[in-house]
Design a protein around this ligand. Structure first.
Ligand code: WAQ
Ligand code: MG
Length: 256
């Protein structure tokens, strides 16, 4: 599902007084489901698009595609919530954890700049971990991870697991499934995510090394910025990587 709204942005140059129409991203969601679940999920997605803290969309697109290949299986990342009282403290934690994975300070600074930009993307930015090169082909859109899901029995287990941690909601569930697919890719060293929803202030960093690390107060309440950045190994095959993220079906397994 993809929901957007047209906005009229006044051009800055005074001599040309024309205004430009551009589309702003409101909300998106994707998943792998049984055919019998299509009506219910479509309904959920439409409701979500129509009741979003970023505003009312004027266009909602639902795409439904049959998947013929057998999905790959990847393990669910372990979940931890760390104590964090402010965005400044969050940055300290981010630098500490990501530099331990040999991601350079330059790269982390660039990632934070992207996540703080008021121009939000629909997908994720890709940056090389050491040299801090931006490598996604479309910098406005980014790379949208899709074709990811969890089987019904594991979905139930996931609900129980998250209930114990008092975070059993669809925001955490979907983010955790996405982060688990992303972390299963060996060319990705880590991910950082800040929601672009003004009323959701918990973000996360994730990797195969330290799992899914939730960071409360990663941004201040009311802020509209956010996004995702994936830190990529220098010599990664970028085309194959993007194809995996966007096209390869992956089902997340709970191994407990
Ligand atoms: N693929 C790539 N990037 C995405 C995708 C996707 N499928 N979905 C969202 N993004 C990017 C996009 O730039 C959005 O603007 C940004 O991430 C934030 O998306 O455990 O709700 O859907 O409590 O607002 C984190 C949960 C919630 C933390 C993240 O993200 C927790 C969230 P949102
Ligand atoms: Mg959002």
């Amino acid at each position: 599902m993809r929901a957007s709204k047209k906005i009229r942005s006044q051009e800055s140059e005074v001599k040309s007084q024309k205004s430009e129409i551009s589309e702003t991203h409101i909300s998106g969601a994707e998943g792998l489901y049984d055919a019998s679940e299509i009506p219910r999920i479509s309904n959920d997605y439409i409701k979500r698009a129509l009741n979003h803290s970023k505003g009312k969309p004027d266009k909602i697109v639902i795409t439904i595609e049959e998947i013929k290949e057998k999905p790959l299986k990847s393990p669910l990342l372990p979940v931890t919530t760390i104590e964090c009282d402010s965005p400044a403290q969050a940055e300290d934690i981010i630098f500490q954890k990501l530099t331990e994975l040999n991601i350079s300070r330059k790269t982390i600074n660039l990632a934070l700049k992207i996540l703080k930009s008021e121009k939000t993307m629909r997908g994720a930015a890709l940056i090389t971990a050491k040299t801090g090169r931006r490598i996604e082909p479309d910098r406005e859109r980014g790379v949208r991870v899709s074709r990811l899901g969890i089987k019904k029995t594991d979905r139930k287990k996931l609900g129980q697991l998250l209930s114990k941690l008092h975070i059993n909601n669809s925001i955490v569930k979907e983010a955790l499934i996405l982060a688990s697919k992303v972390a299963s890719c060996h060319d990705i060293a880590a991910e950082i995510c800040i929601s672009d929803d003004p009323d959701y202030t918990t973000g996360y960093i994730a990797s195969r090394d330290f799992g899914y690390l939730r960071i409360p107060n990663i941004k201040n309440y009311g802020e509209m910025n956010g996004g995702r950045v994936f830190f990529i190994r220098e010599n990664a095959d970028v085309t194959a990587l993007i194809n995996f993220l966007e096209k390869t079906p992956v089902v997340i397994k709970i191994l407990i």
